[in-house]
Design a protein around this ligand. Structure first.
Ligand SMILES: *Cc1c(COP(=O)(O)O)cnc(C)c1O
Length: 477
């Protein structure tokens, strides 16, 4: 399997060749040359498989034997998807399921994706990336310095995945005193020598701009082997395809049945993996894109117009991990939608990258969206609090604010006879303040995370200063 760029002007590369990088050289995102197909017989064989075997069945079709030998891939997967790593399950759920389902009522389920070390779904893919990075770097005899910016969830998932990994250092920038106490403690309490937390005296966009400036200094980037683990990384998307299969198989008895998924969305990474699962032959009816007040995606699926908002017009909401001004992974879906024409995608993103918008209604491509199962809706602060309260009252289940956005839209758009799985993207313990506002009490948290905020913390504080960050990287490599 080779990987090609959505902008059609980069050479086709193998899985491990694109693993450590971000964008393709032509500015596009990588996708498989063709989607492997899972037949009726394949799906039948997958029924009853453990998550690890399912992951191997899928990922071995995306990674060539000559690139990563099957035995090695198997070992990496087995090391990643263990019950001990994804152990923060609810009472009655089995951690061995890795992504257990929770039935709310007939044809309505949560697919629990946030039982990993940082209580958000990003662990599902990032933990695999950590093990893949270590393997590929050792094979090439190389090292990498991962530089990233986070408003909370990505940074912690990356650090817990990369801590102690040979050949990898992580330099993670976050806005000084702007993350939740829980998120701050999660990251800053790590004492591993290869993890560096840098608190920037500014907002998230300042941190993000520093990362961009350092990455645009090509000489520095090459000399200090600067790498990325942001959400456009193909390895993350590939890992996320697996739990769509797992969820489908968990709630169906035969392959004639279809299910729908509702996905709390920001950068479009998670739901893009659902799209790819569907393209691979998984019988998915609807892919429900749920946004918060930052509804750039909802606008597209309702009107055909994609109009990124810019940092100044991005709202800070109570589902903060979906507060995005543009949806980085959206380009992957549009590439498929316009018939995989790189020239067309280059055209569309020329206007986006110049701060503009595009409209796919005029040229007919938008009419094909229903063929891909996509529908959408949005949610706001009041909706989210209401959904958290209703879910508690009706089912006795506490959900977090992002999952509440997904459930709110799922309830509006679901078909009565099609099972709907709402992706649970974080546990409520991670966003205590909103839960207190909705329910009047603090959500329970995994026992061994009690007192997390009292652990000694380790971080450096810096001004918004690219050179200071570069000097810090130089001094610590
Ligand atoms: C990152 C994140 C999302 C958004 O996922 P995308 O892949 O960016 O669409 C939703 N919920 C939570 C809790 C997250 O951390």
């Amino acid at each position: 399997m080779k990987y090609i760029s959505t902008r059609g002007q980069s050479p086709a590369l193998s899985f491990s060749e694109i693993l450590l990088g971000g964008l393709a050289p032509d500015g596009g995102l990588y996708l498989p040359e063709t989607y492997p197909q899972f037949t009726d017989a394949d799906l039948t064989a997958m029924r009853g498989m453990h998550y690890r075997d399912l992951a191997f069945a899928i990922l071995s079709r995306l990674v060539d034997e000559s690139d990563i030998p099957a035995n090695d891939l198997r070992t990496i997967i087995n090391k990643t998807y263990r019950a001990e790593v994804y152990g923060y399950v609810r009472d009655g759920q089995n951690a061995e399921d890795i992504t257990p389902t929770l039935k709310l009522e007939d044809n309505l389920y949560l697919l629990s994706l946030s039982n990993g070390p940082t209580l958000a779904f990003k662990d599902m893919a990032m933990q695999l990336l950590g093990n893949l990075f270590e393997y590929v770097l050792a094979k090439k005899g190389e090292t990498t310095n991962i530089l990233g910016a986070t408003s909370g969830d990505t940074g912690s998932a990356a650090e817990y995945a990369m801590r102690g990994k040979k050949g990898v250092r992580v330099f993670m920038l976050s806005p000084y005193q702007k993350m939740s106490r829980f998120q701050t403690a999660q990251m800053f309490s790590l004492q591993d020598e290869n993890i560096f937390n840098i608190a920037i005296k500014g907002v998230f966009d300042d941190a993000q701009d520093i990362v961009k400036a350092v990455s645009n200094d090509h000489a520095f980037k090459a000399q200090y082997k600067i790498g990325a683990v942001n959400s456009i990384n193909w390895g993350r998307i590939a890992a996320q395809v697996v739990y769509y299969f797992k969820g489908y198989l968990a709630v169906t008895q035969n392959n004639n049945q279809k299910v729908s998924f509702a996905v709390p969305s920001g950068n479009f990474g998670n739901v893009c993996a659902g799209h790819i699962a569907r393209m691979m032959g998984l019988p998915i009816d609807q892919l429900v894109v749920a946004t918060n007040e930052n509804d750039v995606l909802d606008e597209f699926f309702k009107t055909g117009v994609y109009r990124p908002r810019g940092a100044a017009n991005t709202y800070h909401t109570s589902s903060p991990s979906m507060d995005i001004s543009k949806a980085s992974n959206f380009e992957r879906f549009v590439y498929d939608l316009v018939g995989r024409e790189g020239a067309k995608v280059r055209d569309l993103w020329a206007s986006v990258d110049a701060g503009g918008a595009f409209d796919l209604k005029a040229d007919g491509a938008f009419n094909r969206v229903p063929d891909y199962g996509f529908v959408s809706g949005s949610s706001n602060h009041a909706n989210r609090l209401h959904t958290i309260r209703e879910t508690q009252a009706k089912y006795g289940v506490t959900i977090d604010t992002h999952t509440a956005d997904g459930l709110k839209v799922a309830l509006e758009l679901r078909k009565p006879d099609v099972p709907m799985l709402v992706l649970e993207t974080a546990l409520p313990a991670k966003f205590e303040d909103a839960i207190v506002e909705a329910l009047g009490h603090v959500p329970s948290r995994p026992a061994n995370l009690n007192g997390l905020e009292d652990l000694p913390q380790r971080s450096v504080v810096m001004d918004v200063d690219v050179n200071a960050v570069k000097a810090f990287i130089v001094a610590n490599t």
